[in-house]
Design a protein around this ligand. Structure first.
Ligand SMILES: Nc1ncnc2c1ncn2[C@@H]1O[C@H](COP(=O)(O)OP(=O)(O)OP(=O)(O)O)[C@@H](O)[C@H]1O
Ligand SMILES: N[C@@H](CCO)C(=O)O
Length: 319
């Protein structure tokens, strides 16, 4: 269950008046998700999603919600936040930050085929281009600095072999971040968590993507690597599935052509993307926050992917 703060239609009767949404007619808690309380909200104007943010504060949220608004205004299929009569996208509800966004059609595709991967690749490239002139800036809060700060906290819980893997990979990524190759990569606001459960399809048609709460400024290639590491793999082994990778990359490349620097950085970025989620899953498992709500995700999945990306060079990017 993922309704940590309960809300009733009665609670919304007054609250909803600040939005141009008419009366609230129905409210249904959404059971998936581990970070926030989410509800499907029907009003006189249509279908929306109400989110109460359990961990993020009023200071951080404008970056995410304004980015969604920016992307929606440029035709990227993301939830469009609704502003209240003061122009605010984040408003208190039961003392916590809350927002109302448009509801996307469709459902997640957890067993994606090349056609789904192509749709995701094209959408991701369009999103990168559309976000390029977004005026607010916030770094990827789960980027290199966070890896360096977090690794020592989880090291005591690891086997000697895994501790060595983690330490060496962080050293490798720090050294890579110093290279001209890395520094020349295109960057801008990226989603940074575009897993299968954050994208909706109606058949093979991509209807939207959501959950921008790990978004931040990082390299476009890192975002692509995060996406490929979830959409285009054999889930049991972590190996890349050539047909799905080729479909996703070709569709991305057709919208935002790769550069020679992208090609040279592809393997390091696939490793970085695996490290990012291995580390966050280790952290959530061994050092749960006080408000941690549900069972953490399995870290060994990304340990396997990281080992695989180190030992098996990927096919080259199309350039
Ligand atoms: N705008 C939207 N339109 C349609 N469905 C949505 C929308 N936003 C969220 N949902 C639904 O709510 C569920 C939970 O949302 P989300 O994944 O953002 O939860 P969370 O707790 O914030 O995150 P996490 O993915 O980190 O567990 C999604 O799986 C999806 O089914
Ligand atoms: N996508 C993340 C969860 C946070 O959204 C993971 O699979 O570890």
């Amino acid at each position: 269950m993922a309704v940590f703060t309960s809300v009733t239609l009665d609670d919304l009767a007054q609250w909803i008046k600040q939005f141009p949404l008419g009366k609230a007619l129905a409210l249904e808690g959404i059971s998936s998700g581990i970070e926030n309380s989410n509800f499907f909200l029907t009003t006189e104007r249509g279908e929306y999603v109400l989110t109460i943010f359990e961990n993020l504060g009023f200071e951080q949220l404008p970056f995410y919600l304004q980015l969604m608004r920016h992307l929606a205004a440029r035709g990227i299929p993301v939830p469009d936040p609704v502003a209240n009569d003061q122009g605010e996208l984040v408003v208190a509800l039961h003392g916590k930050p809350a927002s109302v966004v448009s509801r996307l059609d469709g459902s997640s595709q957890m067993d994606p085929q090349p056609a789904h991967c192509a749709a995701v690749g094209a959408m991701l490239a369009k999103m990168h281009l559309a976000a390029h002139d977004f005026p607010l800036s916030q770094p990827n809060l789960r980027g290199l600095d966070w890896w360096v700060a977090t690794a020592p906290k989880v090291l005591p819980y690891l086997s000697p072999d895994n501790a060595r893997l983690l330490t060496r990979e962080i050293d490798y990524q720090q050294a890579f971040a110093e290279t001209g190759n890395y520094q020349r990569l295109a960057r801008g606001p990226v989603h940074a968590d575009l897993f299968r459960n954050n994208v909706m399809f109606v058949g093979e048609q991509l209807s939207g993507c959501f959950d921008f709460y790990f978004a931040g400024v990082d390299t476009w290639l890192f975002d692509l690597a995060v996406t490929v590491n979830d959409w285009c793999i054999d889930l049991a082994t972590g190996e890349l599935d050539e047909r799905r990778v080729a479909a996703l990359l070709a569709a991305y490349h057709a919208v935002r052509p790769f550069t020679l620097d992208d090609r040279d950085a592809w393997q390091p970025m696939l490793r970085a993307a695996a490290l990012r989620f291995w580390l966050s899953r280790l952290y959530d498992l061994h050092l749960p926050r006080e408000a941690e709500l549900l069972t953490p995700h399995d870290p060994t999945h990304f340990e396997r992917i990281l080992r695989e990306r180190i030992t098996t060079p990927p096919a080259g990017l199309p350039v």
